[in-house]
Design a protein around this ligand. Structure first.
Ligand SMILES: NC(=O)c1ccc[n+]([C@@H]2O[C@H](COP(=O)([O-])OP(=O)(O)OC[C@H]3O[C@@H](n4cnc5c(N)ncnc54)[C@H](OP(=O)(O)O)[C@@H]3O)[C@@H](O)[C@H]2O)c1
Length: 320
């Protein structure tokens, strides 16, 4: 599917490298058909040496003539990169963005380009075990959709969704998901250390338990509650532990966390699309509840540069 395709990566960091590695490992494309760009020549030399791909520091040169142009820069760099590429792409080129929060409408508007795929991978993509959720504009042809599917499969599993709201929802579940899992794992390791295990042993017990449970859940195909019941004998240790977890409101906390991440994803989408400054930490400015999307230059109260708290905007509308 990708054999006669030429690919360019605008931004050659962790995710671009994960994709290149996955594509070459699965022999989906030859290295000569991949051109990557970035600001540091030493990074280019590294990628050339390791994977045999071509390299340039010129983003326009990288994008020129490629069948698929992958946008793999950080969100804060994206506006500059899009302005650089604006007006240089041909209608038949496919733009595939993995930039977190960057909405299709924004990319399409700045590039003046219609064929766009937006994907949201997650960090396990770095070892080919990611979950990427993606959507495409109507201008993306069936063949380009298949190409996008193959490309994303280099990062792990992929799932097509019909609208961008589902991307925001997936950002809160699978995109942010590793954070929840790592936090729970970390808490489990600390609890095991508290019991008296060494940290090394505690970590091994927890990691293997999580891997084993995830594989068991996938391979058994059983409902998760059924799997949990299987290890919950009446009056046993699991029942005792579950009682404490439920009493502590674990499910409610997780639900609230996922909802908050979803709201934040939508907010960031508006921020990136409006070319706003980066968010500051809620710790520096607590109580993020509003965002002014009226198009005025003044951001709402909890957004600013370099930790500076900006004044409140009375016209800000509440998040839905
Ligand atoms: N990492 C993840 O697991 C993950 C998961 C989901 C989504 N994403 C999204 O994937 C995108 C890439 O993330 P990443 O982790 O790969 O970031 P990264 O490792 O920082 O890679 C970004 C690359 O862009 C390069 N770059 C900087 N300015 C540039 C410019 N003007 N033109 C071209 N290239 C430029 C950087 O070069 P220098 O290093 O020389 O500055 C760097 O190599 C982000 O938008 C992120 O939101 C990442």
């Amino acid at each position: 599917m990708l054999h006669n395709t030429t690919l360019s990566f605008i931004g050659s960091g962790t995710m671009a490298e994960a994709m290149i590695r996955g594509l070459l490992h699965r022999r989906l494309i030859v290295p000569e058909r991949i051109l990557a760009s970035g600001p540091r020549p030493e990074r280019g030399e590294e990628l050339q040496r390791q994977y045999g791909v071509r390299w340039t520091t010129d983003n326009r040169e990288a994008a020129q003539g490629a069948d698929i142009v992958v946008l793999s820069v950080k969100p804060q760099v994206l506006p500059g990169v899009l302005s650089e590429l604006a007006g240089t792409l041909q209608p038949e080129q496919l733009v595939l963005s993995i930039v977190a929060g960057a909405r299709i409408e924004y990319i399409a508007r700045v590039l003046n380009h219609e064929a766009i795929v937006r994907a949201m991978p997650n960090t396990p993509a770095q070892i080919g075990e990611g979950m990427s959720v993606w959507t495409a504009t109507p201008a993306v042809t069936p063949q380009q959709r298949e190409q996008a599917r193959w490309l994303l499969s280099a990062l792990g599993k992929e799932l097509f969704v019909h609208d961008e709201d589902s991307i925001d929802m997936a950002t809160a579940v699978s995109g942010t998901g590793p954070t929840y899992v790592f936090l729970v794992m970390e808490a489990l390791v600390d609890a095991a250390v508290h019991l008296g295990f060494s940290r090394r042993v505690a970590q091994e017990l927890v990691i293997q338990t999580v891997i084993g449970s995830a594989l068991f859940a996938r391979e058994s195909g059983k409902h998760l509650a059924e799997l949990r019941n299987m290890v919950t004998s009446p009056g046993g240790t699991s029942a005792e532990a579950i009682y404490q977890l439920e009493k502590g409101g674990l499910r409610t906390v997780i639900s609230k966390a996922v909802w908050a991440a979803y709201q934040k994803s939508r907010l960031l989408g508006e921020m990136v699309g409006a070319g706003r400054p980066r968010p500051i930490s809620p710790l520096e400015s607590p109580g993020l509840t509003h965002w002014n999307s009226s198009g005025a230059d003044r951001p709402a109260q909890t957004w600013g540069n370099a930790g500076r708290v900006l004044e409140a905007d009375p016209t800000a509308r509440p998040l839905k």
